[in-house]
Design a protein around this ligand. Structure first.
Ligand code: GN1
Ligand code: MG
Length: 388
């Protein structure tokens, strides 16, 4: 039966078994589990018994073509980036993470499979003996994850940005995100505006933040580099026993951009003790020891390429990306939850509220965040104090 028919008529287990065949996975398919952590793609982990009796797991993922209108470009980027990193890791002895994602070839020779009516599928190795966190429990984890993302940027430093497609244009263009929110509020297509006026006002009062990095970019003061663009703490796999970073995952949004977007998202996702959708807002705040761990880990890896201008905006970028993410969640709430997967009533509104609460906490602690920068970082990572 052709794959498109299997996808139309069969159970999930049968669909994944058929994918195994198309990606030439050796061994007997045993079962698969759904991985529910991302907000965008569909992800499954499938287990096989190999001819020697051992089991082995692989990751199958369907690229969300509503979010990524050109999945071929996404796959082009992922292939380029994984090849480049593998090539470099063979040459650089001391790497801060041990493994890379590898794409398997599908029938037809490409690194993805297009199934008519069922989208674009790819197959990755499963990074074993690791775990991920949605929230950092200890500064050591934040340090490790931040260092891995810094190292990831460093490994991509010498790639030509023109080799990488911009798969979601203006992804971190905060002004456009702000304008989009205003449009969604004006249209109020789902009659939800009345339930989120407070949040909207909160964002409007912070409009002054949205152009800060864009203005620097326009003046050519922020280098364009290839960055990850989705540096949530759960996009780094840590060793299950030692919590050392093992592998950076989720490469779909790797695009030209600023390292500050990456750093900002690390601060957003590594400093709060609460989940992204925590409803009790008292639980959401920035923890300074986590912030310090993020700065230290990141700069240890980034110190050879980061510029003084970039360093001077690290703390601010945390605030900006948290606000931007709040804007995105609130926009999606107003538009009827068409972008981020939701699992409960008002899910995007709760997510937006958490982000805005975190923005508030960062504003309260900004003097300390900045002060810490000027006093300690250079000593801890051994960079010249002149940078600050
Ligand atoms: C989405 O799929 P996931 O969970 O890795 C989103 C990110 C947001 C994040 C918020 C392509 O990432 O930009 O920061 O949710 N990815 C895309 O949790 O929009
Ligand atoms: Mg992602």
């Amino acid at each position: 039966m052709p794959l498109s028919a299997v996808f139309h008529t069969s159970s999930l287990q049968k669909q994944v078994a058929a994918l195994s065949d198309a990606f030439a996975i050796a061994g007997e398919f045993l079962h698969c589990d759904v991985i529910n952590s991302g907000h965008i793609n569909m992800t499954f982990r499938a287990t096989y018994r190999k001819p020697d009796g051992t089991t082995r797991r692989y990751i199958f993922q369907r690229v969300n073509d509503a979010v990524f209108p050109c999945p071929r470009d996404v796959m082009h980027n992922v292939e380029k980036v994984t090849n480049h990193i593998r090539w470099k890791m063979l040459r650089v002895l001391k790497t801060p993470f041990r493994q890379t994602l590898n794409l398997y070839s599908a029938r037809g020779g490409r690194k993805y499979l297009e199934i008519p009516g069922s989208g674009f599928w790819r197959c990755y190795n499963c990074i074993e003996n690791t775990h991920t966190f949605d929230v950092a429990d200890h500064p050591r984890q934040a340090y490790e994850a931040a260092r891995a993302f810094g190292a990831f940027q460093q490994l991509l430093c010498d790639m030509n940005p023109e080799d990488i497609h911009e798969t979601i244009p203006f992804f971190h263009h905060t002004r456009r995100r702000f304008d989009h929110l205003e449009k969604a509020a004006a249209a109020d297509s789902h009659g939800r505006l009345n339930t989120c006026r407070k949040e909207l006002d909160f964002i409007r009062r912070r409009e002054r933040y949205v152009d800060v990095l864009l203005d620097l970019q326009e003046r050519g003061e922020l280098p364009v580099r290839i960055v990850h663009n989705d540096t949530k703490i759960n996009n780094v796999m840590l060793d299950r026993e030692t919590d050392k970073a093992v592998c950076v995952i989720d490469l779909d949004t790797v695009m030209p951009g600023s390292v500050l977007y990456d750093f900002g998202d690390m601060v957003r996702t590594m400093t709060s003790p609460a989940a992204e959708d925590e409803e009790n807002l008292d639980k959401t705040f920035l923890r300074m020891p986590m912030f310090e761990a993020v700065v230290k880990g990141y700069l240890e890896a980034a110190r050879d390429f980061i510029t003084p201008q970039e360093v001077s905006k690290l703390a601010f970028s945390g605030l900006l990306i948290t606000l931007e993410t709040g804007i995105r969640f609130l926009t999606d709430y107003l538009e009827g939850d068409v972008y981020f997967k939701t699992k409960k009533e008002r899910h995007n509104l709760h997510r937006a509220r958490t982000q805005l609460r975190l923005v508030e906490s960062m504003e309260e602690q900004m003097p300390e965040m900045e002060e810490w920068r000027s006093k300690k970082i250079w000593r801890m990572v051994g960079i010249s104090a002149i940078m600050f």
